[in-house]
Write a protein that binds this ligand. Structure first.
Ligand code: ZN
Length: 246
């Protein structure tokens, strides 16, 4: 079975559409690691597509915020403005759908999905300290996560921890073949707001028969998303960051 792994779409319809075009014919099911909404200008369109097409998904912190489940005091000012805008913009049906999204981790076939870490949906897995702890609690040797918006992830091999991101990884079509005794925490990257200095939309394909992951990036029309962000009156920094991938 081949799974299209997406995360952190963040109401960016053009980026999602580009990923779907780029990935066409390469997958059987879609899996989403959370943050459908927040930051971007098209929360309803993205949510409606997800409702119809994604069988396996969990919520992210921005989904909680948009559904009124999060204390916005902990959000930075820009994220807070975007969360309030999204709350107001979502149709009642879509808000209800986002509100009912399950909390990770969620077991799917031979892997699991989490938004932040398998231990805490709001935790960022950036480096050895958090990641080492997370590996100790994995009940599957393959976990997909999101939240950092950085394509790549980590692997644990005989007690040694390695980062997968970095030079040579995260480039289009780079393949990671799994070794049976190693454990993997894989980040497909962000569809709608990459923060790894590559502004293209990120995604991954997991092939459960071949036991490998392919990382991809897709170009999309960033300028029209920026225009929509500005027209919606969302903070301008949300438009600016898209073109630099930060
Ligand atoms: Zn996010």
């Amino acid at each position: 079975m081949r799974y299209l792994i997406i995360s952190d779409v963040h109401s960016n319809w053009e980026a999602l559409e580009a990923v779907l075009g780029h990935a066409a014919g390469k997958y059987d099911h879609v899996v989403c690691c959370g943050d459908l909404v927040g930051y971007g200008p098209d929360p309803n369109r993205v949510t409606e597509w997800v409702r119809e097409n994604v069988a396996f998904l969990i919520r992210g912190n921005h989904d909680k915020a948009a559904a009124g489940l999060e204390n916005l005091e902990w959000f930075n000012p820009v994220a807070k403005v975007a969360a309030l805008w999204t709350q107001n913009e979502l149709s009642p049906e879509n808000r209800e759908y986002v509100k009912r999204l399950p909390k990770g981790p969620l077991a799917v076939a031979d892997f699991q999905i989490a938004h932040g870490s398998p231990l805490d949906e709001d935790e960022y897995l950036f480096g050895a300290a958090e990641v080492g702890q997370a590996f100790a609690y994995l009940d599957r040797n393959l976990t997909f996560f999101g939240h950092t918006h950085i394509q790549g992830g980590f692997l644990a091999s005989r007690g040694q921890l390695c980062a997968i991101s970095g030079p040579g990884w995260g480039a289009p079509s780079s393949t990671l073949n799994f070794r049976p005794d190693d454990a993997y925490l894989i980040n497909a990257g962000a569809v709608g707001q990459p923060r790894d200095d590559d502004p293209r939309a990120a995604y991954a394909i997991y092939d459960s028969d071949g036991r490998c992951v392919d990382y991809y990036r897709a170009d999309y029309d960033i300028a029209s998303v920026q225009e929509k962000i500005r027209r919606a009156g969302l903070p301008d920094v949300l438009a600016q960051r898209l073109e630099v991938g930060q």
